[in-house]
Structures are given as structure tokens and as C-alpha cells.
Design a binder for this molecule. Structure first.
Ligand code: KIV
Length: 272
């Protein structure tokens, strides 16, 4: 059991801000279903993100765009049923908040009411300011997401590192300051230069959670299926694989098939 796990019974948005103040790093992983979320929560991971990356890893879509609000709620409710300690943050999917602040609030309320999640995450800065404010005004905690924002992949045209140029880096810093000012409790920074990410983390008092943003931030997030090696074709530099489950699972399935076909399974002790 980690020190953090003993110290904090239940992680709240305030816990995360306190952790930043104390210089304690925040661990965050995605999860989309009950069984995985139970393991992640019991391992003492601080934040579980029900990410719209479910669109990729659970549904096999090329991008995060197709996943619907109903599908996000289904995944989030499954995760919430499993957790005892972690804070559960749920992505507002593409199309559920961009058109106007009222729709954004309606979507966030549906997530909170129907899934039991603890906070929502939205991609973008200045462009979605009014939506973020309206959600916050309703008492719903918001996590921001800047840098590479996968819901805008067709605008970017590529998944390469963002904000390498001064103009985009300046906008990113402005957006981070804005999100802090209007009341977000944390920000995810995805795939930006480590130096810039550190600068942002030093400028704002809310936690900055990085993915491909180096070590100078307040915490790290990875997509669960990538870090346990269930996916094996996605190999960005920032990804550390802790397991090679693709190989282990494939070997297990192959062996099972052999055992069934040879009549080895089930044996005497495996039947009634
Ligand atoms: O959807 C997701 O998994 C995310 C993380 C990559 C931060 O937004």
C-alpha cells in the first residue's frame, strides 16, 4: 500500500490541490470498466480517468470522435461501481459541449447524475471558457485538457508534439492561466515539450497532470491498455509499458484452444 493510499481515505479535488502544495506527485490512469477499475483503485492510483480514449481502446475507432455521451455514461457508471478511494473524472465526449454552454452543462449534469462520477474533463482553453464557467457554476468540478487535444485531431492533422513554436506555447500558457482563474481544479497537458509543461506547472497553483509532457509537472496519466501492454501497435516515446499483456494473453488463449482441442481441458479435477 502506498504512502498516499494510507494518508488519504478518499481522493477529492481538494486532495489533489493539497498534494501539489506538498510537492506530492499525483498518479492517474484511465479505466472504462468495473473489473479494471477495481484493480486500479485497489493499487492506490489517485485519479481514474474515464477517458474518451475508450473510443479507441474499447470500441476500436481510429479517433476519439465517435464515442457518444450515453456510451461515456455507461463506462463511467461501471467504473464508479468499483471504486472505494480514487477520484473519478469523466471526459465530456466530442459534440457534447462545443456548440453552446447550455448544452455543455446539460451533458455534464447527465454524467454526474447518471454515472456518479466526481468531475468532468473538457478539451480546450479560451474557446470553451463560457461552457467551463457554466459547468463550474453548477457545482461540477472541471479538469482542463490542453496541448494535444485528440478531439481536434482533424484540425491538427497529426498526433505530433504541440506548442513547439512560441505562438502556440504562449496561447497554451494563457489558456492554463485562464482555466485556473475561472476555477478548474486541475489540467491535463498532453504531448508538449517538457520545458513548457514545467513552466506551466510552476505558474499555476492547480495540479498539472502530464502525458508526454515530461517530469516537471505535478502528476502523470497513461492510458491503461497501453501501459499494461494490451495494445501493442501504439509506441510513442512517452509510453512506459509495465507489462506485455498482449503476448501473455495471446499465449494463454492459444494454450486454452490447444487444451480444448486435445481434450486436455477439462481434466478430472475440473469437473463435477
Ligand atoms: O481520453 C483519454 O484517455 C485522455 C488521456 C490521454 C489524458 O484524455
Amino acid at each position: 500500500m502506498s504512502i498516499a493510499k494510507k494518508e488519504y481515505k478518499r481522493i477529492t479535488t481538494k486532495t489533489l490541490v493539497d498534494m501539489k502544495k506538498k510537492g506530492e506527485k499525483i498518479s492517474m490512469l484511465t479505466a472504462y470498466d468495473f473489473t479494471m477499475a477495481k484493480i486500479v483503485d485497489s493499487a492506490g492510483i489517485d485519479v481514474i480517468l474515464v477517458g474518451d480514449s475508450a473510443s479507441n481502446v474499447m470500441a476500436g475507432h481510429e479517433t476519439t470522435l465517435p464515442i457518444t455521451l450515453d456510451q461515456m455514461i455507461y463506462h463511467a457508471a461501471s467504473v464508479v461501481r468499483a471504486i472505494e478511494r480514487s477520484l473519478v473524472v469523466v471526459d465530456l465526449p466530442f459534440g457534447s459541449y462545443q456548440s453552446d454552454p447550455k448544452e455543455a452543462l446539460r451533458s455534464a449534469i447527465r454524467i454526474m447524475k447518471e454515472s456518479g462520477g466526481h468531475a468532468v474533463k473538457l478539451e480546450g482553453g479560451k474557446e470553451i471558457k463560457e461552457s467551463v464557467k457554466r459547468i463550474l457554476n453548477a457545482g461540477i468540478p472541471v479538469m482542463g485538457h490542453l496541448g494535444l487535444t485528440p478531439q481536434s485531431i482533424y484540425k491538427f492533422g497529426t498526433y505530433t508534439v504541440r506548442a513547439k513554436e512560441e505562438e502556440e506555447a504562449d496561447k497554451l500558457i494563457e489558456d492554463a492561466l485562464l482555466l485556473e482563474r475561472i476555477g478548474c481544479f486541475a489540467i491535463v497537458l498532453e504531448k508538449v515539450p517538457a520545458k513548457l509543461a514545467q513552466q506551466v506547472a510552476e505558474k499555476i497553483s492547480i495540479p498539472v497532470i502530464g502525458i508526454g509532457a515530461g517530469s516537471g509537472v505535478d502528476g502523470q496519466v497513461l492510458v491503461l491498455h497501453d501501459m499494461i501492454g494490451m495494445t501493442h501497435e501504439f509506441n510513442p516515446r512517452f509510453l512506459r509499458r509495465y507489462l506485455d499483456l498482449y503476448t501473455d494473453m495471446k499465449n494463454a488463449f492459444t494454450q486454452y484452444s490447444k487444451d480444448v482441442k486435445s481434450g486436455d481441458f477439462p481434466n478430472e479435477s475440473e469437473q463435477y
